[in-house]
Design a protein around this ligand. Structure first.
Ligand code: ATP
Ligand code: MG
Length: 422
């Protein structure tokens, strides 16, 4: 039996990969404008990193991690998300000591979660994310949110909904936590097994339960916004004001709690409202994580970030019918006839490529007609026809494949000609 691709993963083939490259390029270009620098961390980390940072009680740590023992007996885990590793690296490389503050980083790469595969849910998926560490200024929260929105908008998405909430600081969360326990405890028996456990470990996460989301007690649950102390409230107001000043529309949803344990203050999600997008509407999730740096052994530095997957971004583009521009065009195809010309095509191709043209020739021993077909199939702008006569006269016959016009061009003048006519 032939071997097949593992469940929940996908091959991205030529023809499809161009979209991924376009998105990656756009994301990197926006990060340059916003002065976020790329960081690349390992694909695997010590398991403990995720237990400590993502949190022992989360779905990710409890059910979704690809954890294995290496030959030295260490427990390692394929990264399920990016923030933990970035924060580990920040602490380990003492980035808090560097002159440029806050430290603004972005990453782009594969993440791994053992999930039940379905549309928009893969076991290996590509995330783009940013982290701004070291500042407690509400304008950096707004900047991080605006960066994600900018990417979606510049790619052509229109049907977006930004949802924000505040989870408050430690004391606000503590007061809210007590209220949640008080609210759910009498009827916790009606909830799923996970929620019964969450009541003890992290009651806030009951609000994020996918099974019990329609339970009557969910709607009437105490709102975190009623438990924010003055400082947390002021912080939230400032973030919202900055968003409004940038003309970024948002809705406040007090039930928005993020799946990871480390969030506080600002939490946000960007959803797609496109028809036909499917059940999973969240494109991007992020928030503030003051305390996380300390959790992984660094100093007490605040941070905020987001992560989004390219898979869901592509689904949203498809649902809105957005076509990404095709960037790459083939400049020329050498059509060589006769032994000498066929050999001459090799260094000619090298020369043209060195001059910066995307150029191709035949490798299949095709006849002239088939070579023309091949040139058209790859969308070449010009065909350079060379045979014995052309070699002798020192001129190539250049045919514009769009207009059909032909012209003799000396070999030495080819780069200049292609540049001016192309
Ligand atoms: P969900 O509630 O959909 O499971 P999450 O809370 O687990 O999302 P995060 O950990 O916040 O998601 O990840 C941020 C983003 O990464 C999500 O908004 C989504 O775009 C994307 N994402 C998460 N899990 C997957 C997956 N299995 N496949 C594809 N994209 C994913
Ligand atoms: Mg999830």
């Amino acid at each position: 039996m032939s071997i097949q691709i593992p469940r929940g993963t996908q091959d991205i083939l030529p023809g499809e990969i161009e979209k991924w490259q376009f998105i990656e390029k756009k994301a990197k270009e926006i990060c340059n404008r916003f002065l976020y620098k790329e960081i690349r961390t390992p694909i695997f980390e010590h398991t403990e990193l995720f237990q400590r940072s993502v949190g022992d009680t989360t779905d990710i740590v409890q059910k979704e991690m690809y954890t294995f023992e290496d030959r030295g007996g260490r427990s390692l885990t394929l990264r399920p998300e990016g923030t933990a590793a970035v924060v580990r690296s920040y602490a380990e490389n003492k980035m808090y000591g560097q002159a440029a503050q806050p430290v603004k980083l972005y990453y782009f790469g594969p993440m791994f979660r053992y999930e039940r595969p379905q549309a928009g849910r893969y076991r290996q998926f590509i995330q783009f994310g940013v982290e701004a560490i070291g500042s407690n200024d509400p304008s950096i929260d707004a900047e991080v949110i605006s960066l994600a929105m900018e990417l979606y908008k510049e790619l052509g998405l229109k049907k977006l909904r930004l949802v924000i909430n505040s989870l408050g600081d430690t004391s606000s969360r503590k007061a809210h936590r007590d209220a949640l326990i008080h609210h759910f405890k009498p009827r916790i028996g009606e909830f799923c097994k996970d929620c019964r456990q969450r009541l003890e470990t992290n009651p806030l996460r009951i609000l994020d339960c996918k099974k019990d989301r329609d339970h009557q007690l969910m709607k009437s649950a105490p709102s975190i916004l009623d438990y924010l102390n003055d400082e947390s409230l002021q912080y939230f107001e400032a973030v919202k004001q900055h968003l409004s000043d940038m003309d970024i529309e948002y809705v406040v949803d007090p039930t928005l709690v993020r799946g990871l344990d480390y969030y506080n203050h600002t939490a946000f999600e960007i959803m797609s409202e496109a028809d036909g997008f499917g059940a999973i509407t969240t494109l991007c999730g992020g928030g503030r994580y003051n305390g996380l740096v300390q959790e992984v052994g660094g100093p007490d530095q605040p941070g905020i970030g987001f992560a989004l997957s390219i898979e869901r971004l592509l689904s949203a583009l498809e649902a809105e019918g957005v076509e990404l521009p095709q960037e790459h065009a083939v400049d020329c195809y050498i059509i060589a006839l006769g032994e000498k010309a066929i050999d001459y095509a090799v260094p000619l191709l090298q020369k043209l490529r060195r001059e910066g043209f995307s150029a191709e020739k035949d490798y299949m021993g095709r006849k002239m007609k088939a070579q023309f077909k091949a040139a058209e199939r790859i969308g070449a702008k010009f065909a350079l026809i060379i045979g014995e006569d052309e070699l002798e006269s020192g001129n190539a016959m250049v045919k514009n494949l769009t207009t059909g016009d032909q012209e003799r061009v000396p070999f030495d003048h080819l780069p200049g000609y292609l540049r001016s006519e192309g």
